[in-house]
Design a protein around this ligand. Structure first.
Ligand code: SAM
Length: 215
């Protein structure tokens, strides 16, 4: 497999068409709306006015939701191209958004816990478990409280769905979905414990969102 989630998203053309490609069809719009609603639910107990770390923020899909909810947001991404799109989306919210180009692997350990809560969405499934743990630990290291993260949840049913999608030539599925025991390893390795779990239409999506606290 030569697809690399780090270099891929640094391409300006990829970043500029990211939202349109994924979320402009009818099913894409429905999925995006449901996922944005789920993010609102996941952060409903976060303190008003808290600073949320959105890492990686990508094109700011969820940054925008969090800003609409009244939070301050620091969006970090390794790709300047993805962050440029996020900055445009966040512009109406002025100084409540700060964008930073950085690699989570370099931030971790260099900066103390400075954000109140964090979101780590739609990235872990691109990496093998050890790297997922490193990524999520990095996010947790920067955060004082709740960390919300997503993964693709593996099960016999989801394996069947993935196989059918592959046969139909649909968008490549997650490379590294995880089952329950790997999810527990991910939490433990990142120094987190699960508080709540939210599923996004389990019949048609692998996405699971875990709301976790530092151990
Ligand atoms: C699929 S996008 C998801 C973005 C956003 N959370 C969303 O759900 O729309 C994954 C993002 O992870 C970023 N990324 C990958 N590795 C990273 C790293 N080591 N540090 C920071 N960002 C990274 C990529 O640049 C890309 O923008």
């Amino acid at each position: 497999m030569d697809w690399d989630p780090i270099t891929h998203y640094k391409d300006v053309a990829v970043a500029e068409r990211y939202d349109r490609e994924r979320f402009s069809s009818l099913s894409g719009r429905v999925f995006n709306a449901l996922e944005r609603r789920l993010i609102r639910r996941a952060f409903r107990d976060a303190p008003a006015g808290a600073t949320v770390l959105d890492l990686p923020c990508g094109t700011g899909r969820f940054t925008e939701v969090l800003l609409q909810e009244g939070f301050r947001v620091v969006g970090i991404d390794i790709s300047p191209a993805m962050l440029a799109v996020a900055r445009r989306k966040a512009a109406p919210f002025g100084a409540r958004f700060e964008g930073r180009v950085a690699d989570v692997r370099e931030l971790a350990g260099r900066e103390a816990k400075r954000y109140d809560v964090a979101l780590c969405a739609r990235v872990l499934m691109h990496f093998p478990l050890e790297e997922q743990i490193g990524f999520l630990r990095g996010v947790a290291t920067l955060t004082r409280g709740t960390v919300v993260f997503s993964q693709s949840y593996d099960s016999a049913y989801q394996r069947l769905r993935r196989g059918i999608k592959r046969l139909l030539g649909n968008q490549p599925p997650a490379n590294y979905p995880i089952g329950e025991s790997q999810l527990q390893q991910l939490l433990a390795g990142a120094g987190l414990r699960e508080v709540r779990r939210l599923r996004l239409l389990a019949a048609i999506s692998e996405a699971v969102y875990i709301i976790a606290e530092p151990v």
